[in-house]
Design a protein around this ligand. Structure first.
Ligand code: ADE
Ligand code: ZN
Length: 326
């Protein structure tokens, strides 16, 4: 018990948090009411988000996001998201931001959204002690043309706060290599790269993200597990997996945490880290993720400390920022 308490209180580093996916349902419901948008269908009676499976989740996610309209809405969201992070002992977090949701891919509008979010993040850092950095993500099921606009927005605003580029969305549509142009543009602008792969598709998808997009991190990546050649490739190349165990179990990728491959991947030498993905959608938090893993696999404080060092190592921010947070 004491051990679990110490684990719950550890300072945590989170690498995989979708910004809009961090919106509490009450926050979205409140905005919808204020703006007179009817999205009652996306909520259960108890106020939680309602969806049947991952693909329905993506629709509900986009409906929820549709009430976030102005830069001020996103600034308020930033404060709400970071309050949760701070409560969970998160000291450093990287969040996925999508120009598609912030100004529709228009560069001028994107700059205003980014500025508002960044200011809210800096206030939260002063007030709550949690440091945030942004990773622009394109959305795979929106297609390669929209991804190019997202990459251009990312390239034009790359710097000490906007530190990475990535891809989220429906892995069953298109191929990693369809987005190579956008990832090349982002890389040339100095951005670090990550892509969702191996959440729904198998080992080959993970291999393609590494080989075709040359990413240094993978969102999820867990479905590489059945192919030890791919697992060993990840270990040899030092690719970091942004693993979201609670998300995977909630969405039915694995029947229970005990069946999750994170422990096997770690033992095989893959750099694994722990994140929440979209915490209110999956009824999770960083604290719950840690406690769940401690119970399922007997992980102790030492292992979590190592996981946090691995995460900070793989973080896309500069060295001075890293030194200041852990
Ligand atoms: N967008 C938000 N959450 C996601 C997830 N878990 N996978 C892919 N795209 C997402
Ligand atoms: Zn994700």
């Amino acid at each position: 018990e004491e051990q679990l308490d110490r684990i719950a209180r550890l300072p945590k580093v989170e690498l995989h948090l979708h910004f809009e996916g961090g919106a509490p349902p009450a926050f979205i419901r409140g905005l919808a009411k204020q703006k007179k948008v009817d999205i009652a269908r996306i909520f259960n009676e108890d106020g939680s988000y309602a969806y049947r499976d991952f693909w329905h989740f993506l629709e509900v996610y986009e409906a929820a996001t549709s009430v976030l309209k102005t830069p001020e809405d996103f600034a308020r969201l930033c404060t709400a998201v970071l309050e949760e992070s701070a409560k969970n002992g998160v000291v450093y977090s990287e969040t996925f931001l999508s120009p598609d949701f912030c100004g529709g891919g228009d560069l001028g509008a994107w700059r205003e959204y980014l500025q508002a979010i960044r200011e809210a993040a800096e206030a939260a850092e002063r007030d709550m002690g949690v440091t945030l950095r942004g990773v622009v993500t394109c959305i795979r099921h929106f297609g390669p043309e929209k991804a190019k606009r997202a990459a251009l927005c990312a390239a034009e605003t790359a710097g000490d706060w906007l530190v990475g580029f990535g891809m989220a969305g429906d892995e069953k549509q298109g191929k990693q290599r369809d987005f190579a142009y956008s990832f090349d543009m982002a890389r040339e602008a100095g951005l670090r790269l990550t892509s969702h792969a191996g959440e729904w598709n198998g080992p080959q998808e993970v291999r393609e993200a590494v080989e075709d997009l040359r990413v240094e991190r993978i969102g999820h990546g867990v479905r590489a597990a059945p192919d030890l050649a791919v697992v060993d490739m990840l270990a040899e190349r030092g690719i970091t997996l942004e693993v979201c165990p609670g998300s995977n179990v909630f969405l039915g990728v694995y029947p229970a945490l005990r069946a999750h491959p994170i422990d096997m991947l770690r033992k095989r030498g893959v750099k694994v880290t722990v994140s929440t993905d979209d915490p209110p959608f999956f009824h999770t938090s960083m604290r719950q993720e840690y406690l769940g893993l401690a119970r399922a696999f007997g992980w102790d404080e030492e292992i979590f400390a190592e996981i946090n060092r691995t995460a900070l190592d793989a973080a896309f921010c500069d060295a001075a920022t890293k030194e200041a947070v852990l």
